[in-house]
Ligand binder design. Structure first.
Ligand SMILES: Cc1cc2nc3c(=O)[nH]c(=O)nc-3n(C[C@H](O)[C@H](O)[C@H](O)COP(=O)(O)O)c2cc1C
Length: 143
């Protein structure tokens, strides 16, 4: 099995929020479980940042489907790598809350405390998502 990991960011189209986001997460979880794809999605009012991992053709097909989605635009591929193991293996599509996106975390990976994934390099994009995942788990455990 050729495992790959893909990370991209894109811009949220005006008017996409709330129920649209919930339906993206629901469909993603259903399709990704079916296709053996795992990963994480985080967003704010302006940007999406998503990691997809799984068998190469499954990840590529999912990404091409996502690119055609009119709910976002200006997709920017940040990272595409062969991997030996998954880093979001327990998440069919972990949804990372904006609560976890605290200013200190944003400042750690960017030049300021705004969420602007277009400025992230390949390593920083992955490290940011992993840090967000760790924080999100801690927040859930504390709740
Ligand atoms: C930012 C964003 C992320 C998405 N992530 C996924 C995903 O991980 N998996 C997926 O199947 N669809 C994802 N979608 C939805 C797809 O674009 C598409 O609507 C969906 O896969 C169609 O599924 P269906 O053919 O089963 O209706 C995403 C859409 C957006 C806008």
């Amino acid at each position: 099995m050729r495992l790959v990991q893909l990370i991209y960011c894109s811009r949220v189209v005006a008017g996409v929020h709330g129920t649209a986001i919930t339906s993206i997460v629901d469909v993603s979880r259903f399709n990704n479980t079916r296709d053996g794809v795992t990963g994480a999605l985080c967003f704010n009012a302006n940007f999406f940042l998503q990691c997809l991992e799984g068998e190469r053709s499954a990840v590529n097909e999912t990404y091409h489907r996502i690119l055609r989605d009119p709910r976002h635009e200006h997709a920017l591929l940040l990272r595409y790598d062969q991997i030996s193991k998954r880093q979001f293996g327990d998440w069919s599509m972990g949804y990372l809350s904006s609560q976890a996106m605290a200013p200190d975390l944003l400042l750690q990976f960017g030049s300021n405390d705004r969420f602007d994934p277009e400025q992230l390099g390949a390593d920083a994009a992955l490290d940011f998502l992993l840090a967000l995942k760790a924080r999100s788990i801690r927040l859930r455990e504390a709740a």
